[in-house]
Ligand binder design. Structure first.
Ligand code: DAH
Length: 348
């Protein structure tokens, strides 16, 4: 016999059952369901009062009310719990439906930055040389007179040491903003023995400002010291670099030059990126564009770091990163890099 049929034995309990089941079924929200719970199972509900009054009931009614009353309570608790679950499930479904997001809609675009062309160029140069087995070495931007000039065989009285060319630190006549990344050569050689294969990227400073010079710019220095290093190694290395940077069809040439810390010294030109060498305005009809300075390390520099000049030789080179980027991207004014005009920078 089902509980419902059994309840026919007691009209009061049956009435509670009927009313409660209707209200529980009708409850459409959690708060309505809670109201039904209080009404039918709360301390002051008809059922609770009835169960509490059992001792006062006539003898023969007590077991019926006790047994059926408790079964009814259990049944109502179960029905409430079932209905609550139904409502919560329904609520979740309703929320999911209401908050549904159409993930196929296009997103909201937002402006995205990227690396500055100079950083990109710097990283490209670093990639090429680290691929050739060079390691990156860095040094301070505020440098001593000794590392920036003296140990690089640049004696007192050299024009680069003049206040017109170099930023000195006030009150410290021995300190300056490095004018080149070459001092890192000396710092590395002081600490380490050959073989040495390093490049040294970084900022340098000069009292210069025009279409092809900014007071701050970037250089990458290179140094290779080993046994049996010749100028052919220098040329091969820089030719490899040039082709990787500017394209496999590029040629290079060496032109005699002077640097205090290399002997002999050269400047390296690349065949014109625009006319390919036949002559145009960009290369002033020469067919060549200058890209960097280089040479065989001067024995005097090796003396400063106590290397045995009879045992080792080396070559060195130094390039301006802005210059490389300008040539590669055909820019005419170095100051454009630092105007922070996104219409320009965004193109690269
Ligand atoms: N330091 C030179 C400059 O700033 C560039 C340079 C030329 C570096 C020749 C070198 C080199 O190491 O061998 O103009």
């Amino acid at each position: 016999m089902s509980l419902e049929q059994e309840l026919n034995q007691h009209a009061g309990l049956k009435a509670i059952f009927d009313a409660a089941m209707v209200d529980i079924e009708k409850a459409g929200r959690p708060d309505e369901l809670e109201a039904a719970r209080v009404k039918y199972l709360g301390r002051k509900s008809e059922l609770s009062l009835l169960l509490r009054s059992i001792p006062e009931l006539p003898q023969e009614e007590r077991p019926v009310v006790g047994k059926l009353g408790n079964q009814l309570r259990a049944h109502l608790e179960q029905s409430l719990a079932d209905r609550r679950q139904e409502l919560e499930g329904g609520e979740l479904e309703a929320r999911l439906a209401a908050e549904r997001v159409d993930i196929t809609l296009p997103g909201q675009p937002f402006p995205q930055g990227h690396l500055h062309l100079i950083t990109q160029t710097m990283w490209e140069i670093e990639d090429i040389f680290t691929g050739l087995g060079y390691r990156i070495a860095e040094g301070p931007e505020v440098e001593t007179d000794y590392y920036n000039f003296t140990a690089l065989n640049t004696p007192e009285g050299h024009p680069a040491r003049s206040e017109h060319d170099t930023f000195f630190i006030e009150g410290h006549p021995d300190l300056l903003l490095r004018t080149q990344t070459s001092p890192v050569q000396v710092r590395v050689m002081e600490k380490e023995e050959p073989p040495i294969y390093i490049i040294s990227p970084g900022k340098v400073y000069r009292r210069d400002s025009d279409a092809t010079h900014t007071p701050m710019f970037q250089q990458v220095e290179g140094l290779a010291v080993d046994r049996n290093v010749t100028m052919a190694d220098l040329k091969g290395t820089l030719e490899t670099f040039t082709k990787a940077m500017f394209g496999a069809q590029r040629e290079i040439r060496m032109r005699p030059h002077f640097f205090p810390f290399t002997e002999p010294s050269v400047e390296i030109d690349v065949s014109c990126l625009i006319c390919g060498g036949s002559g145009c305005r960009a290369c002033k009809n020469s067919g060549w564009l200058e890209i960097l300075g280089a040479g065989m390390v001067d024995p005097n520099v090796f003396d400063f770091v106590d290397y045995d000049v009879d045992e080792v030789q080396g070559f060195a080179f130094g390039m301006g990163v802005e210059r490389i980027a300008m040539l590669k991207h055909r820019m005419t004014d170095i100051r454009m890099f630092y105007d922070n005009d996104l219409r320009l920078l965004g193109q690269f």
